[in-house]
Design a protein around this ligand. Structure first.
Ligand code: NAD
Length: 325
């Protein structure tokens, strides 16, 4: 009988096709969290694939003894009780490299938007664009260029380094802070040539004081604490902008709203929120926040790479099992 793979948050068509051609039966209809364990057991699902929405906690792991693999399409594993699953001989895996470019491009989109007020202007043009065109033009003619500004990258792993490449390409200066990474340079492909560009690691306090724009690319911290709280935001340059595509809890949202209200920050961009999928209303309604609903990895290209990586890992896993048997 075909092994059963269920992708509860979806899977790209190429990933589904690769698995189907390898003899797996793949389903991808969303099953609500409270019905998932029952579904897995009834349908004999051996491989459960999730993105960030579906949680694979102890309750599901305990209730589903037939589960053999849990795959996370993407990077962060904070929606999976990984250690608990591994202790119960469930293999847990992710696809860490597939989405870095897409997240970095979203960061750049938000940075350009924040510098020119695109997020605000887009909200006002439909209702006021005909009657108050000149007033709106006055409001949004105080834009800034990214070229020549300093981008501070907190967390210089895969996404942080891809963001650095795009920012350097846009003519920004790049500095970074990281707990572990100590890259002195990164390689970039430009016009078919590979160039090595020096990058500088600085202490977090120096990064905050020197950066015109700050972007966060750290995982959820083990103790759940924010990387940027009231104290850190106070150290930022007056009129700087901040982008968070890491995790909602990486920035203290109360402190963020206060920094926007007292004029410390020019603008903020958020792709991730503390209380997903129901972010707080005052964050969503704030005119100085550029918003996206956790779509950092949601491009056709990234989902295609994620789908094939998931399929390759699953196919390889079962091929190895039949060799070992
Ligand atoms: P990565 O592991 O390659 O890099 C993370 C870096 O952060 C590491 O170099 C680590 O040393 C550093 N770090 C950890 N804690 C730190 C701290 N307190 N201060 C400074 N540096 C710290 O991970 P990645 O692939 O670059 O992804 C980063 C995060 O981006 C993921 O963990 C995930 O939460 C988030 N993400 C979001 C989306 C989205 O859709 N918005 C998509 C993919 C990933």
């Amino acid at each position: 009988m075909s092994k059963r793979v269920h992708a509860n948050d979806g899977i790209s068509s190429n990933g589904k096709q690769a698995l189907t051609e390898a003899g797996f039966k793949v389903t991808s209809d969303f099953v609500p969290q409270d019905k998932l364990a029952e579904y897995i057991n009834k349908e004999n699902v051996e491989v459960l694939l999730v993105r960030s929405a579906t949680k694979v906690r102890k309750d599901i792991i305990d209730a589903c003894p037939g589960l053999k693999l849990v795959g996370r399409g993407g990077v962060g594993m904070d929606n999976i009780d990984r250690e608990y699953a591994t202790n119960r001989r469930i293999r847990v895996f992710n696809t860490p490299a597939s989405s870095s470019i897409s997240v970095a491009e979203l960061v750049m989109a938000h940075l350009f938007a924040l510098m020119r007020g695109l997020h605000e202007s887009n909200r006002h043009m439909p209702a006021r664009g005909q009657g108050e065109f000149k007033d709106l033009k006055k409001t949004y003619e105080k834009g800034l260029e990214l070229r020549g500004k300093t981008l501070g990258i907190i967390g210089f792993g895969r996404i942080g380094q891809w963001t650095a490449r795009y920012a350097l390409g846009a003519g920004m200066n790049v500095i970074y802070a990281d707990n572990h990474a100590t890259a002195e340079a990164i390689e970039m492909e430009i016009g078919g040539q590979t160039v090595r560009v020096a990058v500088k690691m600085v202490p977090l306090t120096e990064l905050l004081a020197k950066s015109d724009a700050v972007t966060l690319h750290v995982p959820a911290q083990k103790d759940g604490s924010p990387v940027l709280g009231r104290g850190e935001l106070a150290l930022m340059k007056q009129g700087a902008v901040l982008v968070n595509t890491a995790r909602g809890g990486s920035v203290d949202e109360d402190a963020l709203l206060a920094a926007l209200e007292n004029g410390k920050l020019r603008g903020v961009a958020l792709d991730v929120f503390t209380n997903e999928p129901t972010p707080r209303a005052d964050v969503l309604a704030h005119p100085k926040i550029s918003l996206t609903p956790h779509i950092g990895a949601a491009t056709a290209e990234a989902q295609g790479r994620i789908g094939s990586e998931l399929a390759d890992i699953i196919i390889e896993h079962y091929a190895q099992q039949s060799v070992d048997a």
